[in-house]
Ligand binder design. Structure first.
Ligand code: HEC
Length: 118
């Protein structure tokens, strides 16, 4: 049995480390993307790259999206899951424009597949 007294400091350390942004696991290399992820990469380049870096978490116009789904929370603090990210893309968020009228369902699916490789 792990005692609560040992568990609390361990959890604190984990939280601290997470908060300080440990190096993220590497994104899937472009050369290893499957056909759908590659289509999503092209959607990203066309629609998202001018405002978001894909290979780091630094801000361009919006936050860098590396490790988007590997982190528990989005930059806004919302949970990093498909529903939330789809909502941001389709309806916009803050000064980010909505893409609901710009990309179709197939492009959205491809884009989401690509975002999961980051
Ligand atoms: C004109 C610049 C611009 C474009 C183009 C753009 N974004 Fe954003 N995006 C932003 C800004 C600015 C924010 C921060 C908005 C805020 O939190 O108020 C943001 C936030 C986000 C977030 C984080 C939302 C959250 O809850 O923290 C995600 C995910 C995202 N964008 C994905 C995308 C994707 C995918 C595309 C391409 C379809 C895209 N963005 C295109 C500017 C842009």
């Amino acid at each position: 049995m792990i005692s609560a007294r040992k568990l609390v400091p361990a959890t604190m350390i984990l939280l601290l480390v997470a908060g300080c942004g440990p190096p993220l696991p590497p994104s899937k290399p472009l050369s290893e993307l499957n056909a759908q992820e590659m289509r999503g990469y092209h959607v990203y380049q066309a629609e998202c790259a001018r405002c978001h870096y894909a290979n780091n978490v630094h801000s361009l116009h919006g936050p860098g999206l590396q490790g988007l789904f590997k982190l528990k929370y989005l930059p806004s603090g919302a949970p990093a899951n498909d529903d939330r990210v789809t909502d941001v893309i389709m309806n916009g968020h803050g000064v980010m424009p909505a893409f609901g009228n710009k990309i179709d369902q197939q492009q959205l699916n491809d884009l989401m597949a690509y975002l999961h490789t980051l």
